[in-house]
Design a binder for this molecule. Structure first.
Ligand code: NAI
Length: 703
């Protein structure tokens, strides 16, 4: 037998081995292979069967690509595992690694499950907007109870092998699960007991079914925009009636979910995150530079968080500040952060100590002479950054990578100042850097391919979702945010309130961002925003209209910096934002000064004016080659700005709305609001796509 599934024999026991690297996903070929191997087993005289896997894990799930096939059906696989379960001869699964989704469903159709102690087991389909489609919603409650099944299916969080034994999902733990499974099936075969079939078991907590189902339904009603939750409730409720009924309901719900925008959006982000890691055009034999130690210059908000990110991944960090006092302050904040994590029970005291021990402080750049990667996170001031870059160019060892964490400055100029621009690039972390997933990796005009490759690879080690951006003002994320903030402030000058705007963006009916632009601005700091805008405008590159973001610039002037001063766009009672009459009065004053007429804003207008210019800017970002592909832009938003993954990012959403509709509305606003500053000029790419009816998500650069 060839192909990804083979059958071998150990005495009277048949052993089916699935070998489909990297994670033994259930591709069509694997399913065909399991079927052929099982046919052979059935036709044989073997006493029992063990299903095992080669490589680093048992089956870690379905092949998610197949969910997009128009004629996808789980029915053939479900029938196959039904046959396995119905076998009169015992079948065991030997589990290790990550037993997820279809892998766990296959295992639950076996009669015995033996797991390595480090195994993780779960049904993560909810993260793709789906429910388990191969009887996971039916066999799991019969093995572990409805409450456990609801918890595992609705959170998608995997559990440990030990936990799985306690829950009744795994029968034995063994360091050699395959060997132990062979013993277990042999004993079973000799006991002449009928195999234990999950589908025939009584749900252990059936007495509590009404309460558990009510809880599942309540969870679904609380989030009507997530259809998965309703489907989970329906499938579990059907499980209480009969296995056959449950099978029918699961299949119908799965099929409905597969076509929903939510599931398509989540699958889109799943693939986009993976594709974003790939840098096009790299030589095949490219080698990453080894990164065994990191240096950080500037231990402020960002430098401290970046240091923690590396220490958390076990990489030693040298921290450089201007004075011992500044260094002590920066390290003090890091220690406080770790202490907080320990007190919340998320880290052991010992682990925190180990991480802290990976950090060394210094007050001179010479301490960075041996670092493999140096990240500069000093104040956002070009002359300071150039000065630091020059010094780093002098002290860094040959081959060291020099990165800047600037959020707005020209990475090429900073790279040039190092004297070795091929070794330099931008690493734009998001605040708090040790928590936020996104890392924009800014490739300079001269960044060497292996430098880019090294940092992309390293991002995985430190648990970040990396996206490559070219050099431009604000890179991908903040460049688009600028449009969003511009329109938010413009509408406030026209008489909308900050809370009215935030409410639209935060409402799942429109978008469902965790925080609207005004709450976000107050949190990030009016001062931070205003300084950036002022510098951009003063440099001559930013918009020159006197009304441009006039509100934050005026608030800044008045010392109203947002949450930190208790007043900004909102007033603060502690951390709670409440409407601020002074901001409304200030907006009226500014409107009068800039001849801005008041108007009413419908929710639709608020949504369109905030989001459509961002989509338009994204089209420019694609045309200019700043982003490699549309999915990268969506990933920036879902992993860096709290854009709900179930919305799939701004460009996925643009396609759902229709590019043609967006172009028509941009034209409408140009006509009604005026376009003297070019704010409503439609990007040529967007117009082309609207004319040809193509999706922007499918667009790829020519070449
Ligand atoms: P910060 O003001 O909190 O920290 C800057 C630190 O750099 C200070 O501790 C200062 O003492 C130190 N420093 C200044 N000159 C130095 C020198 N010559 N040598 C060593 N240390 C020096 O600033 P923050 O917020 O951490 O920003 C740092 C960089 O990160 C800036 O370029 C900023 O634009 C960027 N950034 C900031 C984000 C944020 O949300 N705060 C987000 C993403 C990027």
């Amino acid at each position: 037998m060839t192909g990804p599934v083979t059958l071998s024999y150990e005495g009277p026991i048949a052993i089916m081995t699935i070998d489909n690297p990297p994670v033994n996903a259930l591709s069509y070929a694997v399913i065909d292979g399991i079927k052929a191997a099982f046919d052979t087993f059935e036709a044989s005289e073997c006493e029992a069967l063990v299903i095992a896997c080669a490589g680093r894990t048992f089956v870690a799930g379905a092949d998610i690509n197949t969910f997009d096939d128009a004629d996808f059906s789980a029915a053939p696989f479900n029938a196959l595992i039904g046959r396995i379960e119905a076998s009169p001869r015992p079948v065991a699964a030997a589990l290790f690694g990550t037993v997820l989704g279809g892998g766990l469903e296959l295992a639950m159709a076996c009669h015995i499950r033996v797991a390595h102690p480090a195994t993780r087991l779960g049904l993560p389909e909810v993260h793709l907007g789906l429910i388990p489609g191969s009887l996971g919603t039916q066999r799991l409650p019969r093995l572990a109870g409805l409450a456990k099944a609801f918890e595992m299916i609705s959170t998608g969080t995997p559990i440990s092998a030990e936990h799985a034994v306690g829950a009744g999902i795994v029968d034995h733990i063994a360091d050699d699960p395959k060997g132990a499974a062979i013993h277990a099936v042999a004993d079973y075969a000799h006991s002449h007991q009928p195999p234990r079939r999950a589908s025939e078991l009584t749900i252990p907590d059936i007495d509590q079914a009404p309460e558990i189902i009510a809880q599942a339904k309540a969870a679904a009603e609380a989030k009507p925009f997530l259809p998965t939750l309703g489907a989970i409730a329906a499938a579990l409720e059907a499980a209480t009636r009969s296995f056959a009924e449950g099978e029918r309901v699961e299949a119908a719900e799965f099929e409905k979910l597969r076509a929903t925008t939510t599931s398509r959006a989540l699958r889109h982000i799943f693939f986009a995150e993976r594709e974003a890691q790939r840098v096009p055009g790299l030589p095949k034999d490219i080698q990453a530079r080894p990164i065994k130690s990191v240096g950080i210059v500037g231990v402020g908000t960002m430098g401290g968080g970046i240091a923690m990110t590396f220490a958390n991944a076990g990489i030693p960090v040298t921290l450089v500040e201007t004075s011992q006092e500044a260094l002590d302050r920066g390290i003090g904040i890091i220690e406080k952060n770790y202490a907080g994590t320990v007190s919340r029970g998320r880290l052991t005291e010992e682990a925190a100590k180990e991480r802290r021990a990976l950090m060394t402080g210094a007050t001179g750049m010479e301490a960075l002479a041996e670092a493999d990667l140096i990240i500069e996170a000093v104040f956002e001031d070009m002359s300071l950054k150039l000065d630091v870059a020059r010094k780093l160019g002098e002290v860094a060892k040959p081959g060291a990578i020099i990165a800047t964490n600037t959020s707005t400055l020209d990475v090429d100029k900073i790279a040039e100042a190092t004297g070795r621009p091929a070794d330099a690039l931008g690493t734009h972390f998001f605040s708090p850097a040790h928590i936020m997933k996104l890392l924009e990796v800014v490739r300079g005009a001269q960044t060497a391919p292996d430098v880019l490759y090294t940092v992309m690879k390293l991002s995985k080690t430190i648990g970040k979702t990396a996206v490559v951006s070219g050099v431009c003002y604000g890179f991908i994320g903040n460049r688009m945010t600028e449009m969003y903030l511009r329109e938010s402030e413009a509408m406030i000058l026209e008489g909308a309130t900050p809370q009215q705007i935030d409410k639209v963006v935060e409402s799942p009916r429109w978008l469902g961002l965790a925080m609207g632009p005004n709450r976000m601005g107050d949190m990030a700091g009016v001062d931070v925003m205003a300084r950036i805008v002022n510098e951009w405008v003063e440099s001559g590159e930013g918009p020159q209209a006197p009304s441009y973001r006039a509100l934050v610039r005026a608030l800044f002037h008045l010392g109203k910096f947002g949450q930190k001063t208790g007043e900004g766009l909102y007033l603060y009672e502690g951390r709670k934002p409440i409407p601020n009459p002074a901001t409304e009065a200030l907006a009226k004053e500014l409107a009068a000064m800039h001849n801005i007429a008041p108007r009413e804003h419908s929710e639709q207008e608020i949504f369109e004016r905030l989001i459509y210019p961002m989509v338009n800017e994204a089209a420019l970002i694609l045309m200019e080659g700043i982003a490699y592909r549309p999915g990268d832009i969506d990933v920036v938003w879902t992993s860096g700005y709290g854009w709900p993954t179930w919305r799939g990012g701004p460009l996925f959403m643009a396609d759902e709305i229709g590019v043609g509709e967006i172009v028509a509305r941009m034209d409408h606003y140009a006509a009604t609001l005026g376009n003297e500053h070019g704010y409503w000029t439609v990007a040529p790419l967007l117009r082309e796509l609207a004319a040809s009816g193509q999706r922007i998500s499918d667009w790829r650069p020519a070449s």
